[in-house]
Every structure is written in structure tokens, then in C-alpha cells.
Write a protein that binds this ligand. Sequence first.
Ligand code: 5GP
Length: 237
Amino acid sequence: MERKELLYEGRDKKVYATDDPEKLIVSYKDDAIAQNGKKKGTIRGKGVINNRITNVLMQLLEKQGIPTHFVQQLDERETVVRKARMIPLKVIVRNIVAGSLSTRVGQPEGTRLKSTILEYRYKDDVLGDPLINQYHAFALEICTPEELATIDRYALRANGILKECLQELDITLVDFKLEFGRLSDGTIVLADEISPDTSRFWDTRTGEKLDKDRFRRDLGGTEDAYQEVLNRLIGSM
Ligand code: 5GP
């Protein structure tokens, strides 16, 4: 697979064209950004760790019947993925109150939820990714009702699979964010990443945060926490 021109550079990743029109190469960076760009830094080794963690989890979900964009890891930082037209939605799944939900509903972090919450944010940096609901998504033609039904089904199934897998590693899946895309034939696939950058992982025994909140809240030890998640995942295979 030959890497061609840079198509897009985001906060955490670069995306390159390849000699295959249906495939892209994603390259994970060490840059870290939080608070919609207000907090910037570098988490040494983050790109390498998130590439590995994402690929392990994507393959696990694919095996359990959730179509993903994953094709093949190329090297430490780079992965071949299927080209998809991204749907500008952040789909957030929550099992426990944390982060913005804690502020929004005035419940302390760590509060158990009676049932799983699904949230959608409209992906737009300038607007700060506003929270929307399904009516907005259809009316604004972000996706169709059929597509959203598929997305919801995949997101909830992914939650079940990931929660169970992580629980065995003494990691509590508090919440996480997914993004989806359409292949050229319209098939919905899970894309982007699933990593400590995009999820909240708490050590089940100690309650220690093993995710990007360490960076967001200046707790230190961010890289070690990410590495710990990867070690537990690899140790389980
Ligand atoms: P919250 O809404 O509490 O800030 O985030 C909920 C979950 O979604 C967290 O696991 C968080 O990491 C993830 N998430 C939501 N939006 C973003 C985003 O813009 N970037 C990243 N890296 N994660 C996000």
C-alpha cells in the first residue's frame, strides 16, 4: 500500500490518500488538545498507544458483527482504513455520570445510571459541537432515520461488548464517543478511534482515571495511564 497526499490533518490524526481509491492511511499524532482548542500539549507516545488500542477494539467489535473501517495496521502509528464519508455526529454512550453530563444535570461524577444514555453532538469546531437530538439530525439532513437507527444499534451493541471486555481487565467503561461513516455503497461503518482519548476508563479497583481526563485536569501520568490500558488489553489476548 503506497501512501500518497495528505488529505486532512485533525487534532489527533493525519489522513493520507493511497493508491487504492477505497482505502486511506490514518497516522496517529502525539498532540493533545482539550477544551475545544484552549488547552494544548503533547502526550509522548500517545499516537502509538492509541493506534494499537483502537485497532484491538475495532477488531473485537468487527468480530462481533459491527462493521468497522479497520483494514490493517501498517506500523506503530499508521493504519489502513476503508474510505468513508464521515457523518458529522459524535455519538456518546454513557454508563456512569461524568464530564459534561455531571455539569448539565447536577449529579456527581460516578453516579450510576439506571439505563444507558445515548447523546449526539453535531460535529462543528466553530459551534463547539452542540448537543442535538434525532429531530435535529433528520431535519438538518445530517443522517436519515434509517441510518440513525443503525448507528444507535451499533453504538449500544459496542457498549455491551466493550463494557464486558474491559470489566474483565478491571476497567470500568464510564462513557465513550463514536463516529460513523458511509462507504461508497452507503453501508454504515464505525470509524475514527476508540481510545483513552475518546473514552472514560476508570480502574475498577482503585477508581484511578486511565484516560484523557488526566490531561484535561492536569493530573499527570497520562502516558502511563494509556500504556496501562494497552498492557491490560494485550495481556488479555
Ligand atoms: P463529555 O461530554 O463528558 O465531555 O464526554 C463524554 C465522552 O465522550 C468522554 O469519554 C469523552 O472523552 C468523549 N468525547 C466527547 N467529545 C469528544 C471530543 O471532542 N474529543 C474527544 N477526544 N473525546 C470526546
